[in-house]
Design a protein. Structure first.
Length: 217
């Protein structure tokens, strides 16, 4: 499947500038990314560190690269020099590692704390209690931009909506910890419309734009 330009334009119209679209391009060739880049897209998301490094090396330097996968601590050093936003920060150990490499690169790295809101046990993230206990002030070179969460992989819209509502409530309560969050990243190809209705201002869309992923390449 070629890049779905019509769907891309449709989603942008739905967002009306109120939310950022991160085009999730994992397993897709640079040529596909260039199609959207030429249309003005600047936010791209990758799940794998090596693939992100390969694409960042050859793509224009004004791209905002989002790392949206489960990030291993030993891989932080590879993306710390350039990554725009790390979406899946799911532990204080990872937060500390990001801070360490941000200091080494003389940068402040934007991060989203991932909250476990889904019913599946396979999802990573903080729960409500551990989120409240994060010592934000310890991490001098990390900017906590907000929260990220993934809803249950379910056709039950009511369930998904309730999970998004929970994340929005936690996002609104971040000000208790003297954080002024600006990013609530929730919503993917199957549920982004519900996420927007519940307050998301950043969505991560892959297959609707690029087609199914090429895992057998």
């Amino acid at each position: 499947m070629a890049v779905n330009i019509d769907k891309y334009k449709e989603i942008l119209l739905q967002l009306k500038g109120k939310a950022t679209l991160v085009a999730v391009s994992k397993t897709k060739p640079v040529a596909d990314l260039e199609v959207l880049y030429d249309l003005g897209q600047r936010d791209f998301g990758e799940n794998y560190v090596q693939e992100l490094l390969d694409k960042q090396a050859v793509m224009p330097k004004d791209i905002h690269w989002h790392f949206i996968g489960h990030l291993q601590s030993n891989k932080v050093k590879n993306i710390a020099p350039f990554v725009h936003l790390i979406h899946g920060v799911d532990s204080e150990n990872l937060l500390a590692e990001i801070n360490k490499h941000a200091i080494k690169n003389n940068r402040t790295i934007g991060c989203l704390l991932q909250v476990h809101i889904a019913t599946e046990e396979t999802k990573f993230g903080f729960d409500e209690t551990s989120l409240a206990n994060v010592q934000m002030s310890k991490y001098t070179n990390v900017q906590i931009m907000g929260l990220m969460g993934m809803a249950s992989f379910s056709t039950d819209v009511a369930l998904v909506r309730e999970e998004f509502k929970k994340l929005k409530r936690l996002y609104d309560n971040l000000t208790v910890q003297n954080i002024e969050p600006t990013v609530l990243s929730m919503g993917m190809s199957g549920d982004y419309e519900t996420a927007i209705e519940e307050g998301s201002n950043m969505i991560r869309i892959g297959s609707l734009l690029f087609g199914e992923r090429n895992y057998n390449k």
